[in-house]
Ligand binder design. Structure first.
Ligand code: NAG
Ligand code: NAG
Ligand code: NAG
Length: 416
């Protein structure tokens, strides 16, 4: 009976909160939905209970507005304070975004919005907590007082390698599975950009020798997004220039002309006078420009006042999860002052030998080894306080976008 009552309560609770997104606190420690990379986009439930009398059951609910909520899966979490559980429910490659946040939607709703997937925790049939999988198209608007170099910013590694022309070892080429529109709407704000110039001066995003997807489509996504979401700031970090091998001044010019043509007035030029940690978001907003183009070639930056110097990079270059954990602990144990931004690359990097020995494995499998740990590692001891940008593979597999906001809320609170 009390179980039934719990369910009724659950249903009304969801109906009344569906449209406005999650509230930020947790009733009993972190509870969130992620999405696996391999072999498919399975929905994963994640929990880390910290209250004295923790929940015993988790539900995954489908909450399509036209039907009643439907329990899709459940897991017994008695005596398991922390864990992840992979359900069999697959998130589509192009989910319907709520609030007119699809690529062609008009007048999108600026409040965060739930996808129709909810995780609930229950104790003895009573609801403890409930979180949906959210899009976060406007999360930066709360953080005007924070500086670019001191806030936490979620990003992707090899951001353009979400699809590619058929090539050898595709398993080890693709680091993402969502285009930049999806990355932006879900909340990613830092992009690790690698480019090549090909026949007819076409510019592609690349990963090493692999040609992935045209740059201009993705820049269109950035411009479209900045038009729709008035306070978001996006960093495009041009890190590598892969093709031709001898990337000439005229190759650079082709890339830079394309960036200027697509992003124009949205570009936020570098400022020679900086605080150590860069401008606040308030200061950025007051200028009108909201996309930062950093460029990993100093002689090119010196000659183009609108480019920023490269974002400094903490890259562990390791293939074992425990080594990555040690690297991340080391890098988050002290504060860095950078350029003013620093990016922590939080993914495994296979060696040639590893690829040779594991030809059927993939970056997806490696991401699934790392991503579920990131939230646990970085929430412990508030380690995320010392992370500026974090770039991950298959970003829906971790909840860095939520963690960034939790961390930035703390920073804002300390300022007050
Ligand atoms: C979506 O866009 C349409 C057309 O502009 C508009 O009528 C509708 O109110 C919008 N819906 C939301 C949720 O904003
Ligand atoms: C690139 O340039 C260097 C020096 O200018 C030259 O020695 C080398 O052969 C060139 N490589 C290719 C692939 O063109
Ligand atoms: C993390 O930060 C919060 C808020 O500032 C503080 O209350 C808490 O004690 C910190 N935890 C650790 C382990 O430092």
């Amino acid at each position: 009976m009390s179980f039934l009552f719990g369910l009724v309560f659950v249903v009304t609770f969801i109906v009344s909160t569906k449209c406005i997104g999650n509230n930020r606190g947790y009733a009993c420690g972190p509870l969130y939905i992620t999405v696996s990379a391999s072999p498919k986009s399975y929905v994963v439930l994640n929990w880390h209970f910290t209250c004295p009398d923790p929940p015993d059951t988790l539900f995954l609910l489908l909450t399509d507005s036209k039907t009643y909520e439907q329990i899709q899966d459940s897991v017994d979490v008695k005596n398991r304070r922390r864990g992840t559980y992979k359900t069999q429910y697959v998130l589509s490659r192009e989910p319907d975004f709520p609030g007119n946040w699809s690529e062609n939607g008009q007048n999108p709703d600026l409040d965060a919005q739930c996808l129709p997937l909810v995780v609930e925790s229950l104790r003895n049939g009573n609801l403890v907590d409930s979180k949906c999988l959210e899009i976060q198209p406007t999360w930066m608007s709360k953080y005007g007082k924070l500086r670019l170099g001191s806030m936490m910013i979620p990003g992707t590694h090899n951001s353009g390698s979400w699809r590619g022309q058929p090539f050898l070892l595709k398993n080890y080429i693709l680091c993402q599975d969502r285009n930049w529109w999806q990355q932006l709407v879900f909340g990613i704000r830092y992009f690790d950009v690698r480019v090549g110039v090909y026949d007819n001066d076409e510019v592609y995003l690349t990963h090493g020798v692999a040609r992935c997807t045209p740059l201009d489509d993705e820049l269109d996504h950035v411009a479209n997004f900045l038009r729709k979401s008035p306070k978001e700031v996006v960093v495009l970090d041009f890190h590598a220039f892969n093709n031709p091998v001898n990337f000439t001044i005229s190759n650079h010019k082709i890339v830079l002309d394309l960036v200027r043509k697509k992003l124009g007035n949205f570009i936020y030029p570098r400022h020679e006078m900086h605080y150590d940690e860069g401008p606040t978001l308030d200061e950025v907003w007051s200028t009108g420009g909201r996309v930062i183009i950093s460029y990993n070639r100093r002689h090119i930056v010196n000659e183009n006042h609108w480019l920023w110097y490269e974002v400094s990079r903490d890259w562990g270059n390791v293939i074992h999860v425990d080594k990555l954990q040690r690297y991340i602990y080391e890098k988050t144990s002290r504060k860095h002052y950078g350029n003013p931004m620093t990016v922590l690359m939080a993914e495994l990097t296979p060696t040639k030998l590893y690829v040779f020995l594991h030809p059927t494995s993939s970056l997806k499998n490696l991401a699934d080894d790392v991503n579920p740990n990131l939230g646990f590692w970085l929430r412990d001891h508030n380690r995320s306080d010392n992370v500026n940008i974090i770039a991950t593979d298959f970003f829906l597999g971790n909840d860095m976008i939520n963690l960034a906001q939790e961390t930035n809320d703390r920073k804002l609170f300390r300022l007050s």
